[in-house]
Ligand binder design. Structure first.
Ligand SMILES: [Mg+2]
Length: 173
């Protein structure tokens, strides 16, 4: 059965401590106007472990997708994440001006992330897949039982990794 991990970044890989490592800020080839902040090494290791053990594919649900999927993939690779990234969740608002690559963070308004994840599952005919949502927020509506909730302070920790692996191995409810 197909396994999918919906990945947030802030509060999962980037943490309250890691974003202050200003000497490690970097640019992508896709966005010269934005300096990306680094991820926490321990969180990257925890994610790599979860992905290696579960063999899950990754869909980006983070607001970082506003920079474009290629830029997000660049950032993940730059930070040492070993992920098979197969897509990004769509915006579900009818206002098409909402989702614009390189849009400034302060003009970014989000709908419940659970609805964006459901839209991706529907559009990609993946409603039968086993999924885990890794996020420090809880706006997952009906998909909340698939959430592994992290924190902005600590990001992804090994106890989350064990939970992710067991959720992707268990029989689908
Ligand atoms: Mg977050």
């Amino acid at each position: 059965m197909r396994k999918l991990l919906f990945l947030d970044i802030d509060g999962v890989l980037a943490t309250a401590a890691s974003v202050h490592l200003k000497d490690k800020y970097y640019q992508t080839p896709f966005d010269k106007s934005f300096h990306h902040y680094p991820f926490a090494t321990s969180c990257v290791e925890a994610l790599n472990c979860a992905l290696k053990e579960s063999e899950a594919e990754v869909v980006i649900s983070s607001a970082w997708r506003m920079f474009g999927l290629d830029a997000v993939k660049f950032c993940l690779e730059h930070e040492g994440v070993k992920a098979n990234v197969i897509g990004e969740t769509p915006e579900t608002r009818t206002d098409s001006s909402w989702y614009v690559p390189n849009r400034k963070l302060d003009s970014y308004i989000s709908t419940p992330r659970g609805l964006e994840i459901q839209a991706w599952l529907d559009q990609n005919k993946a409603t039968d897949a086993k999924i885990v949502i890794v996020d420090d927020c809880t706006d997952m509506v009906h998909l909340k039982k698939r959430l592994v909730k992290t924190s902005w302070e600590k990001g992804l920790e090994m106890h989350h990794t064990f939970r992710i692996i067991s959720m992707l191995k268990e029989e689908k409810a």
